[in-house]
Design a protein around this ligand. Sequence first.
Ligand SMILES: NC(=O)c1ccc[n+]([C@@H]2O[C@H](COP(=O)([O-])OP(=O)(O)OC[C@H]3O[C@@H](n4cnc5c(N)ncnc54)[C@H](O)[C@@H]3O)[C@@H](O)[C@H]2O)c1
Length: 387
Amino acid sequence: MSKLKVAVIGAGFMGKTHVENLRRLGFVEVAAVAGITQDEADRFAAAHYIPRATGNYKELLADPEIVGVHVCTPNALHAPVAKDALTAGKHVLCEKPLAMSAKEAKEMLDLAEKKKLCHATNHNLRYYPAVQQARAMIANGDLGEIRVVQGTYSQDWLLYDTDFNWRILRKHNGPLRVMGDIGSHWMDMIQHVTGLSITALCADLKIIHKTRKQPKVAIETFAGKTLTPEDYNEVKIDTEDFGMAMLHLGDNCRGAYTVSQVSAGCKNRFEWLIAGSKASISWNQEKPDELWIGERNVPNRLLLKDGSLYYPKAASYADYPGGHSEGYDDAHKQLYKRFWSRVMDRSLPIEYPTFADGLRGMQLLEAVIESNKKKAWVKCAPAKGKK
Ligand SMILES: NC(=O)c1ccc[n+]([C@@H]2O[C@H](COP(=O)([O-])OP(=O)(O)OC[C@H]3O[C@@H](n4cnc5c(N)ncnc54)[C@H](O)[C@@H]3O)[C@@H](O)[C@H]2O)c1
């Protein structure tokens, strides 16, 4: 059987991650890459042995052999690129946050449905095996009624005012930075794992660096370069470095989380604790194979990733034996595997986040904006079919 030919649009941190993990599937070929310029695409293609490179993604959309694309560009380009790809009849897996607004996300979803094409939002972090085990435990009632969720997603790569990236600027990123960039993952995952919808929230955002030193040349995400004065311009900042939100989920659950890109020592500290009427569980992305299980009357325990000890649904996300770590890249692979398998066989269930999930994420982010502006609670309609 011939491989599915797929193009990756965006030649940065995510472009590389998508290429590497697409190749692990075996049944997908990375046929082409598009960058912001021909030169960027050529360099990326040479480094990753990709046969075709272009500075104009539209050229790839005109190729009938390419069945779909991964959109790995800055956020402002997700909607225009994805809509062009859908219009050209390509399946689309798009990075998060799905769009710059709920309106844009809805247009993407409507177009994908109209064209009957497969669509996914890359909330890959759902697919760590331990996260899927937590989800299966909750679905099985092991925790009892879910009452409290708590957590954070904290990073330090924008700690100094000399740290800069396209995400700092609204025009490339959208109106929310830390909330959109990593808060979107936190809200998506807590709903995915608990099965509950966020029904109301009260948010507060803080710009810690009122100005930052913007390099005169672009710097790749997480590059960690130290700038000297002749390298930068001082610019006013209008996106938040820190955010927090209190939440209502479902009928009875309450919670709160913080997000930060200025917390020294936190690299990708994405963690949550979910407390039910019988037991609690907690997970931290920086130790992805460990699931902490807490009970009142017996000793707490640490469940190390081991598919043979997991519920069957979760076990299918653990491709390696217990004790062999499965991390960030594996979570990407699990999502792509399910997405592209479904492109090949439309009778398979949808076991990945779609544009509907991306739209839901954008609606929640708009609730965050409204709440922060009004300094008040904002109601959020539950996700379709959810409490
Ligand atoms: N799911 C995750 O875990 C995760 C992690 C990081 C980033 N992301 C998302 O991935 C996206 C990209 O982030 P990144 O960290 O890779 O950024 P990056 O800056 O490292 O890479 C972005 C790339 O897009 C290219 N680009 C810009 N305009 C383009 C155009 N018109 N055509 C083709 N390429 C163009 C840039 O030149 C650059 O190569 C963002 O939406 C971000 O939110 C997701």
